[in-house]
Design a protein around this ligand. Structure first.
Ligand code: ASP
Length: 419
């Protein structure tokens, strides 16, 4: 498992490099941050470059191969069932932990002051800039995005849901096309997919360097003393989120792997290490998608058709870590503001978190919009969200890793059940 070790080393070196850079004299801090940013961005761009052709070819080829509508129906239903079940269990884990630990329950004076200053002025402006005017209509937008008016624009914008719908339709009609074109199209899609996986393998050789630089940049930007101060005020909130994510990924998903597939959960964790490290450093499940597929395709013993269908869909709509984070954040904000949430309100939070997690894009900080929707749904001021922004990036890295891990578990579970 040399790869797992390499990725862990890259993460540790990234943290160290990020801590050291600001302490150096003269031009070094600026220079090093630019170097981290340069290599990190090249790695990220290379991953993003692969996404559209990879997703389109894998869904088209997978769909064309599955062929008959019955096969697709069963695979689709199993996939959606897995996604909903694990996301719901993640939200409930978050709900239980945030009620038990009550991180905002005894908000100290520092936190109370932070909230009140952020309710106005800079905090309010920052929230407005980041989440816009998102109301419940934003959830409906998810369904609109499934049918993009312009597929080329959807691809250019990295709007995955649109690409998914189009590719599924395209693949569905291949076996139904005339005899002379059907096999050509099917082979073309499979060929493009094969090439995209090979390109991913090349990009993956640079993953340790890319991951190290991305992490170093985040750590250098945050600064050690700032981070310590932040964790003094928001530490309990961060601990609650981390505990929730740990329970979900470390217990629930591990039990699912063992019980449902009979596979060794730790072995699966090791196989997925490059994808998890990439998710952590990029905070983007979409950008991580090529790595997730590569880990599963070339190293796992999982049916390729299933990977091609389940994983791209999962990277877009299955976000367990995000769903859990949305729930914990909304309840934390309510606790800090002294707003007691009754059963009905908590129920609304759970369902809104589940629904919005489906529509949240696989990019950094995307769940902030969803949290704004939840706060509106229970009548809390959206501006209060500013209080969690300072720790959002760090928690984003962790929840994205959990999102990706759940997609990978989805692939082995569904593949096991379609044998
Ligand atoms: N960054 C997350 C992802 O890409 C989404 C979020 O929770 O903000 O999976």
């Amino acid at each position: 498992m040399a790869d797992a070790r390499k990725m862990i080393t890259a993460l540790i070196l990234g943290v160290l490099a990020g801590l050291v850079a600001p302490e150096l004299p003269g031009m070094w801090p600026g220079l090093l941050t630019d170097v981290y940013s340069f290599f990190g961005t090249i790695f990220l761009n290379a991953l993003k470059m692969i996404i559209v052709p990879l997703v389109a070819s894998s869904l088209i080829a997978g769909m064309a191969e599955i062929g008959g509508a019955r096969g697709i129906g069963t695979l689709g239903l199993k996939t959606i069932f897995y996604y909903l079940a694990t996301s719901l269990s993640a939200v409930i884990t978050g709900l239980v932990i945030v009620n038990l630990l009550a991180p905002g329950g005894n908000a100290g004076p520092e936190l109370a002051a932070a909230i009140s200053s952020r309710l106005h002025g800079d905090g309010a402006r920052e929230v407005a800039e980041r989440v816009g005017n998102s109301g419940f209509g934003a959830i409906l937008h998810v369904f609109l995005d499934m049918v993009p008016p312009n597929i080329v624009k959807a691809a250019a914008d990295g709007q995955m849901l649109g690409i998914i719908t189009f590719s599924l339709l395209f693949g569905y009609f291949i076996p139904r096309a005339s005899e002379d074109v059907a096999p050509v199209l099917q082979r073309l899609a499979a060929g493009v997919h094969e090439i995209m996986i090979s390109i991913t393998a090349v990009v993956m050789r640079f993953a340790p360097l890319g991951v190290m630089c991305l992490v170093a940049k985040v750590v250098a930007d945050a600064g050690a003393s700032n981070t310590i101060n932040l964790f003094k005020t928001l530490g309990l909130f961060a601990i609650t989120v981390v505990a929730g994510l740990a329970v979900h990924a470390g217990i629930t998903l591990m039990v699912v792997i063992r019980r449902v597939t009979g596979k060794n959960p730790l072995k699966h964790l090791k196989i997925m290490a490059p994808a998890l490290a990439t998710a952590f450093s990029t905070a983007s499940s979409s950008a991580t998608l090529p790595v997730t597929m590569e880990c599963l395709e070339t190293r796992g013993d999982i049916d390729k058709k299933t990977i091609g269908f389940v994983v791209p869909l999962g990277a877009t709509i299955n976000m367990d870590g995000t769903a859990l984070y949305e729930c914990v954040s909304a309840l934390f904000i309510a606790q800090v503001m002294g707003h007691h949430m009754g059963v009905l309100e908590q129920f609304i939070v759970v369902w809104t978190a589940l629904l919005t997690s489906i529509g949240v894009a696989g990019i950094p900080a995307a769940s902030l919009v969803a949290i704004a929707i939840i706060l509106k749904a229970v009548g809390l001021p959206v501006e209060a969200m500013a209080v969690i922004l300072p720790v959002d990036r760090f928690l984003d890295m962790l929840r994205t890793a959990v999102n990706v891990f759940s997609d990978s578990v989805g692939a082995i579970v569904v593949s096991r059940h379609t044998d």
